[in-house]
Structures are given as C-alpha cells and as structure tokens.
Design a protein around this ligand. Structure first.
Ligand SMILES: NC(=O)c1ccc[n+]([C@@H]2O[C@H](COP(=O)([O-])OP(=O)(O)OC[C@H]3O[C@@H](n4cnc5c(N)ncnc54)[C@H](O)[C@@H]3O)[C@@H](O)[C@H]2O)c1
Length: 444
C-alpha cells in the first residue's frame, strides 16, 4: 500500500502533535520523509526520540537551507508547517509551489499582506492548506456549536467572550519569540486567533469591523519596577541564575528533560533562549486586550484577554433572540515549566459549565464530558481527521482551510491596527476576504 508522505518544518515544542501520530497510530497509512529546522540539535532530538519511542528508522533531517532538497528527495504529499508564526507564509508558499498540500499550525499567518501571498499561491497551485484550529474539537466548544446550530437560543445577536491566561501559561508568551509583535503578531494574533475562530465558527459568521485597545500592563521591566518588584528584573534569564531562585516566574530549563534537550542544549546552534526574564526590557506585545467586533451578519461581539490571571480558562455568553447560552471552562495550563510551577493552578476548580436559558423558561444545565488528552481531548480528534484514511464523518464543520484561518487572524491583525491608530478597522480594508460571503461556512 502507498503511504501518504509528510515532511515537517519547525521541530520545536509543538511538533509532536503531528509527527507522533504519523510515527505511531497512523503508521500503516502515513510516513514521515523529512524533518527540517534551523536547529540541528532540535530536529535530531525529535528524530532520535521517534526512533526510540516508536521503533522507526531515523527520519532524514535537513537544515533550512536544504528545505527544497527535503521536498525533492522526500516527495511529500503534505508539508506540516510548525515554525514561528511570522514565517508560516514562506514555507506554505514554497510547499504549495512544490506541489504539496499544507497543514499549518494556527495562526495561519500574522498579517493581511502575508495572507495575500498565501491566498495567491493557493489560487495558482490549486493545492490545499488546512489551519489546525484544535480548540474547535474540544467537547465543550463542539457542544456550544451544536446547540447554536440547532437553534437553542434562536438567531444569535451578541457574544461576550473573556479569556484568562494564568501566570504559568500567560507568562510563557513573554519568555521568547512570542513577546515580539513582528514574530508572533502579539497575543491578538498568536493566542486570540483560537478565540476569534471559536466565535466565528460558533455563530457561523465572518467578522467585518474591529475596534480594540491593548496594553502591556503586567509583564515587562517598567511594570515590575512600578509595582516595587525591581528585584525580579535583575537577570536576563532564569536557568543557572542563583538570584532567580524563588522567583515565581522562574523557568528552569535544567529541571525538565524535554526543556533541556530541546532548548538548553540547542542554544549553541540556534541562539534561541527559551527562558528569558518576563520582566525584561524590549517586550512589545500586550498582555491586556479588549476588542469590539461587528460581523457581516450584524452580530456584535465583545472580547477580552488577560495574560496574568490566577487561574486559566474562559467564559462566554452568547445571546440570541430566543435566549442565552453561557459556557465557562477552567483548565490546566499546557506548558512544561521545568520548575513544575503548575502548583499555581487551583486544580480543584477545574471543570466546565454549560447553561442554556431560553426566554420565559427556567435555565437548563447541560452536562459535558471533559475527556483527557491534549487540549481537552481535542488533539486526538483533529489528528484522526488529518491522518486517518477513513476519518469519522464530520458534521460540525470543524475542519478549517486557509480562508477560515484568515477570518480569525484578520480580527487580530485589525485589532493591532486599531490599537496603533485609535480607529475602528474594517477587515476588508486589510484584505477583501470573499466580500460577498456572510457565513464562515461559505469560506474554505
Ligand atoms: N494549536 C496550539 O494549541 C498550539 C500550541 C503551541 C504552538 N502552536 C503553534 O505552533 C507553531 C510552533 O510553536 P512551538 O511552540 O513549537 O514553538 P518553538 O519555538 O518551540 O518551535 C519553533 C521551531 O521553529 C524553528 N525555527 C525558527 N526559525 C526557523 C526557520 N526560519 N526555519 C525553520 N525552522 C525555524 C525553531 O528552531 C524551533 O525549533 C507556532 O505557529 C505556534 O503558534 C500551536
């Protein structure tokens, strides 16, 4: 049997989500033909791990100067793009032009100009790009979508969504490349793309106008000094720095074998410092964000994110002309910390709550099963869609292409523009995304 061939570029922390199921669960029908990364240490760390964990032969590995050689030698059917966000478009376009389809981690890219080159390449090549919005596959999120699609609250008119990142997960965006807007698009793009996508998909609508405000209010040197915590700003990084012991934001790369192998031991060939001080100078992304969004369908949404909360989770209220749906989740942070400082997570309060309150009726509490597995059980489900020969039939529209990827990242890009200009931004002025369409499901 001919197996579907995959190559991967960007072999950092997130790549096991893709290469492990190929090497393990789906090995009968899938094959990895190449791993590419700017760091030889990081790509070989995964290469050796795959051999050891799944008993497979070593996957050929390539530096970034040999990306095209990897395509020529491996002849992949699909390329998995898992590099920092602002580089996604480069590898997407090169892969499409080679003749492969692409699976790209969220956010699809970081701004409208980069999306324009992706859309142009899709048009020219006729190849496909999947955006991996794994949150759509979480059981609570899917149930919200199902209830709204069934008309449980009538026609949606308003959404109110608040996301909280705790001081383990939230802080992690301020330790490395994510903390520079040029590389990540800021949290409005890098992180909020998940949340904007959930709203778009839940209400099946395309966003039209964004007015936003944002601030760096907690992380960064100035904020720590203003709070009287100057002592927390005295070192550039945490690992190996005695003075940082006891700092609640400390990350110790030596304290976790994955962090050590993947990042500390790769510093010499990449210069990538994984544990920079979250209270250093130069961070230019926001940690507090608010946006008002109007949709082409007329729905209005109110959104906020804070990255320095005591607990992690979100709360959404969706109001329709027949009632209101309220959903909230408290969950664990998804990072490895080296110091195991997940202790800040109040585990007892983890859980989810879903309530539908129809007009003139008593509220109804709806039970949700929260299975184990990455991202609330979402990851195995999306892996099945990506890699199985016969994936389960998908009736919720959870698979997203490049245009649905854009519908979410462009909200963040418009939010960034709004913060910079103080103006409300029309998304079509950034990129004319299928101007005649109103529903998200009309987009690829
Ligand atoms: N869906 C999710 O929940 C989720 C979670 C984490 C990360 N992500 C996404 O996955 C992607 C990767 O994130 P990560 O956490 O693995 O980051 P990471 O920093 O751990 O890994 C990025 C890798 O890219 C490599 N790289 C840097 N520049 C490169 C270049 N020019 N060419 C090739 N490789 C290069 C780095 O060496 C590193 O190995 C990002 O787009 C991120 O937004 C998604």
């Amino acid at each position: 049997m001919t197996r579907h061939k995959y190559a991967a570029v960007g072999t950092g922390g997130r790549i096991p989500m893709f290469i492990d199921p190929i090497a393990d669960t789906y090995r009968q029908s899938c094959e990895l033909v190449g791993l590419c990364d700017s760091s030889a240490t990081r790509r070989r760390w995964h290469q050796q791990r795959l051999c050891k964990e799944y008993g497979i032969d070593p996957i050929p590995d390539y530096g970034i100067e040999d990306f095209d050689r990897m395509l020529a030698e491996g002849q992949p059917d699909t390329v998995i793009v898992c590099v920092p966000d602002s580089l996604h478009h480069e590898y997407i376009v090169r892969s499409l032009e080679f003749g492969a389809d692409v699976i790209c981690e969220k956010p699809l890219t970081t701004d409208a100009d980069k999306f324009a080159v992706i859309e142009d390449a899709v048009r020219r090549t006729g190849k496909r790009v999947r955006t991996t919005f794994n949150y759509r596959w979480a059981p609570g999120a899917t149930q919200v979508r199902k209830l709204i699609a069934e008309g449980a609250i009538g026609t949606v008119k308003h959404v109110d969504f608040e996301y909280m990142l705790n001081t383990a997960h939230g802080a992690d965006y301020f330790r490395r490349w994510h903390s520079y807007k040029e590389l990540s698009g800021g949290l409005f793009v890098h992180k909020c793309t998940h949340h904007f996508d959930l709203i778009n998909w839940w209400i099946d609508a395309i966003p039209e106008t964004v007015f936003a405000m944002g601030a760096l209010a907690f992380y960064g040197k100035d904020n720590a000094v203003a709070r009287g915590q100057e002592a927390l700003t005295r070192y550039d990084r945490y690992t190996g720095v005695e003075a940082s012991e006891g700092d609640p934001f400390r990350m110790n790369l030596e304290g976790d074998p994955t962090l050590k192998g993947l990042y500390l031991e790769a510093e010499k060939d990449s210069g990538y410092i994984r544990d920079e001080n979250v209270f250093r100078e130069g961070i230019d992304i926001e940690d507090s964000l608010s946006a008002t969004i109007r949709y082409r369908s007329g729905v209005i949404a109110s959104y906020s994110l804070n990255a320095y909360c005591p607990a992690e989770g979100f709360r959404v209220a969706i109001t329709g002309d027949e009632g209101r749906l309220e959903y909230s989740e408290t969950h664990a942070a998804h990072i490895i910390t080296g110091d195991r400082d997940i202790k800040f997570e109040p585990t007892a309060s983890r859980g989810a709550s879903l309530k539908v309150h129809r007009l003139f009726e008593e509220p109804q509490v709806i039970p949700i099963n929260m299975p184990e597995g990455g991202h609330g059980g979402a990851d195995p489900l999306i892996q099945e869609q990506m890699f199985s020969e016969n994936p389960a039939p998908e009736s919720y529209g959870r698979n997203a292409g490049h245009q649905q990827g854009a519908a979410s990242l462009l909200v963040g890009a418009a939010g960034n523009r709004s913060i910079a200009t103080g103006q409300a931004i029309r998304i079509t002025d950034l990129y004319p995304l299928s101007p005649e369409s109103v529903q998200l499901s009309e987009l690829i």
